[in-house]
Design a protein around this ligand. Structure first.
Ligand code: HEM
Length: 396
């Protein structure tokens, strides 16, 4: 089905309530191809929602590129300035080069080595929040763990971590009034300035961190190094924190889940995949056509922006039974929360380890999680995220 919406699907106001899932469900069920008029995006954009159509747009052989940008707002006429330099918005040689360089630092083996650091971080965070007081998981737990891990990968000194967490929240947390006082763009600039300093320090004293690794490749400019540090910082922080918050949300709302995980009645890796599907923190990815292509019966000219809505695909009733329900043992679980194709998330092993440690530690140390009130959602389109999740933990 092809249609034009009366609403601009790039308007973040549409995503602050659970009505978003109703809209996505309708579009996914109809396998809709929806046109949004110019507004949030200067030239307008097409959207796809079904699991099949999202996978087709993102698939390795699809005639699409990320080089103009991968978020609503960018298209051929208004390209992302980091296109062709930053991994997520580069293709071909530059993309291959960057994945080869950065991949080993985020591989499954590297992630396993980081598991102990993750455990220490999770235990430290839980020590602070298991005091019987109301805890806003979205602020106190979600952001801390991925930020500490990404800082470790980047080689950011511990004393700078808190500052970087705040800046990342401002830069990528959504257009939310919580982040008043500094525009997202200003926060982003501050991060890039910080990386300049870090790069200078690593040039003097190289280590085994991401910054030092990127510096070993003479073909990469300093700009490339800065932008790719930024890619990992943002990619690693902003999505994972909402998945972690969502794991606590699941424990608060799925009866008996804590005990079942603790008693070994649920496979933790399977639970983690269901957290990823159910939370689907990366809300959309955009591609621009590189040639003429027909999607869902719609002929698209070169240079047309198309958006894949990942949470819609991850609750597509054609692929997932009872898709709104969190089913800890769901198998198979062919979610595309990490995207699909050439740009499939490079940090997926790390994100999975972080979530597995959080799930295990919570089950070990907590006997009950009670929702104080329903979660509030971010006013954002890049991430589907928790603005607030107040809960009360009962320790064991
Ligand atoms: C790419 C989601 C965690 C680093 C992506 C993409 C998605 C995604 C959907 C593809 C974007 C596209 O196709 O344009 C997620 C989710 C995460 C997560 C849902 C957590 C729950 C992480 C972590 C890191 C990371 C922990 C690093 C520490 C990256 C990088 C890319 C990427 C570097 C670019 C890959 C490429 O372009 O080849 N992620 N991510 N992500 N992610 Fe993640």
């Amino acid at each position: 089905m092809q249609t034009t919406t009366a609403v601009d699907l790039g308007n973040p106001d549409l995503y602050t309530t659970l009505d978003r899932h109703t809209r996505w469900r309708e579009f996914a069920t109809e396998d809709a191809m929806v046109w949004s008029e110019p507004g949030s995006s200067p030239t307008g954009f097409w959207s796809v929602f079904s699991h099949r159509a999202c996978a087709a747009v993102l698939g390795p052989s699809a005639p699409f590129t990320s080089e103009y940008g991968m978020m609503i707002g960018f298209d051929r006429e208004h390209p992302d300035t980091s296109g062709g330099q930053m991994m997520v918005v580069s293709e071909q040689d530059q993309h291959r080069r960057l994945r080869k360089l950065v991949g080993p630092l985020l591989s499954r083996a590297a992630a396993k080595k980081l598991a102990e650091r993750v455990r220490t971080e999770v235990r430290g965070v839980l020590d602070k929040v298991l005091d019987g007081e109301v805890c806003d998981v979205a602020a106190a737990i979600g952001p801390r763990i991925p930020a500490a891990v990404v800082c470790e990968i980047l080689g950011v000194p511990a004393e700078d971590e808190d500052m970087l967490i705040d800046l990342t929240n401002h830069a990528f947390g959504g257009e939310d009034e919580l982040f008043d006082g500094m525009t997202p763009r200003q926060a982003h600039t501050e991060i890039l300035v910080y990386f300049d300093e870090l790069i200078a320090a690593r040039r003097e004293r190289p280590g085994d961190d991401l910054v030092s690794t990127l510096l070993t490749d003479d073909e990469l400019s300093i700009d490339d190094v800065v932008l790719n540090c930024d890619n990992v910082l943002i990619g690693g922080n902003e999505t994972t924190r909402h998945a972690i918050t969502g794991a606590v949300h699941a424990f608060a709302t799925v009866p008996g889940l804590l005990a079942r995980v603790r008693d070994g009645d649920e496979d933790v890796d399977t639970v983690v995949d269901e957290v990823l599907r159910w939370t689907s923190p990366a809300m959309h990815v955009l591609r621009v056509t590189t040639g003429e292509v027909t999607i869902n019966g719609q002929d698209l000219a070169p240079g047309t922006p198309v958006v894949a809505w990942l949470p819609a695909a991850n609750r597509d009733p054609a692929v997932f039974d009872d898709p709104d329900t969190f089913r800890p043992g769901r198998k198979p679980n062919r979610h595309i929360a990490f995207g699909h194709g050439m740009h499939h998330c490079l940090g997926s092993a790390l994100a999975r380890i972080e979530l597995a440690v959080v799930v295990r530690e919570l089950a070990e140390r907590v006997s009950r999680v009670e929702l104080e009130k329903e979660p509030a959602w971010l006013r954002a389109i890049v991430v589907q995220g928790y603005r607030e999740l107040p809960v009360r933990f009962t320790g064991r």
